[in-house]
Design a protein around this ligand. Sequence first.
Ligand code: VG1
Ligand code: CO
Length: 579
Amino acid sequence: FAVARKDTTPFDGQKPGTSGLRKKVTVFAQPNYLHNFVQSTFDALTADKVKGATIVVSGDGRYFSKDAIQIIIKMAAANGVRRVWVGQNGLLSTPAVSAVIRERVSADGAKASGAFILTASHNPGGPHEDFGIKYNMENGGPAPEGITDRIYENTKTIKEYLIADPPDVDTSTIGVTSFTGPEGQFDVDVFDSTTDYVKLMKSIFDFESIQRLLTSPKFSFCYDALHGVAGIYATRIFVEELGADESSLINCIPKEDFGGGHPDPNLTYAKELVARMGLGKSSPQDEPPEFGAAADGDADRNMILGKRFFVTPSDSVAIIAANAVQSIPYFSSGLKGVARSMPTSAALDVVAKNLNLKFFEVPTGWKFFGNLMDAGVCSICGEESFGTGSNHIREKDGIWAVLAWLSILAYKNKDNLNGGKMITVEDIVLQHWSTYGRHYYTRYDYENVDAGAAKELMAHLVNLQSSLADVNKIIQGIRSDVSKVAEADEFEYKDPVDGSISKHQGIRYLFEDGSRLVFRLSGTGSVGATIRVYIEQYEKDPAKTGRDSQDALAALVEVALKLSKMQEFTGRSAPTVIT
Ligand code: VG1
Ligand code: CO
């Protein structure tokens, strides 16, 4: 093939957000738009990560992925990359990409130095919906801010990009296609999307004990991939490896538009699963399964449900951490430490304190956990946004979280499968609350708000922080039954490993009784702004941990909305989504 230099001009707004660049397909499909971002990424990396290197290119299979993969292959060839690894049909979940970077070795001993992951995660897909791209580094984790800042700077000054002209590669067939370019051989290696990931899962979990649980007549299971890429891993792992019935999988065929749905595993969007689990408005025809779970488009998120029971993600990571050593072979020699993102509830903090574990609070976004894991001080971490994971890779991992919960259930029920009352998901959570107390938690999202109005609301909240006395006066005027604000600030994080500082990571109001209000602007949307309000209250008294969370938090919610003047600034009388 030959290599051409093409002239181009910058596009505005190619700044990677919380997790890569996400825009409408119509934006990505403009001539040169994707090309500019890919070239800016190659130029932001050191030469050894590009010239002669092996890179991974794949994603959640959403609309425009097939075109994007061919473009990136041609640009990789032109930039001197030696080999591109592509999951069959262009499919690899985000956690599987991380696993492939860390674990996969080519016949001649090469490992990948990074990956382009093509996904907009939980955002809808299709010709009029979202596409996304992000770059992961050789540790398998998202590029740190130092790199994403450099990418953005490059996109503002780019004048040309490099592209080669080999024919398109058939990504539906496994095998290597070789080309010869000006700098020598270039290979595109299409491989099975699940093999490396399944091998890793088998090295972490006790598949035999999970299989005994899944095939027991006393247990029932349901998994909803929301037509995202998780479907291919669910089929392979839950059905083929662990013996679950095929009928326990719903929406497990990946689709370019996620079947028209919103591939976000929460109580609003995972409607079919929620109904089956007995959590919908009408009761289901059949008795709900004992365990249900869902994933987002790229399979890094998870929602965990019991029969008629929702597990808050902040509780989920705390419960996994509290039970990991006994239930999961990978952790049998102990945990190195645990971490959560700032808006995630403090349920994990209490476990860390009780078990005497190192603990870290980082800004939103998985990239901040990676340094802690690389430094060997963090084993398990999670976010309130349905993200849970461990140091087995450097991304959150939806299937891993399900296997972790199944492991805990298998361990707790190992003597009950042949007789005795089964311990349920709900039992495990109630037991956890009675030991550690409960963090009532809810998140209100206001999606697609006018960006200017969102900024003003945030500025108003920062302004208020200059006088705590005034804030407390306002709050007492709204509700006299909430405790006092003891501290208020904008969250700032100094990475304990590399010393880098991340500012403006969310506005916090910390109350004397441990309650918290947090306000953030989303960094993953593609139009307008999304305001997230995180509301949390700690209850230690085991007699009071059984309330409905919206009831328990009603006073704090009212304070949050009035203090922020939500309706005045945004015109919204209700949030788009409550989780
Ligand atoms: C959201 C979540 C955050 C998560 C990020 C990526 O970010 O709040 O916790 O890490 O999505 O998840 P934001 O900036 O919109 O709040 V994924 O699964 O969508 O890549
Ligand atoms: Co995701």
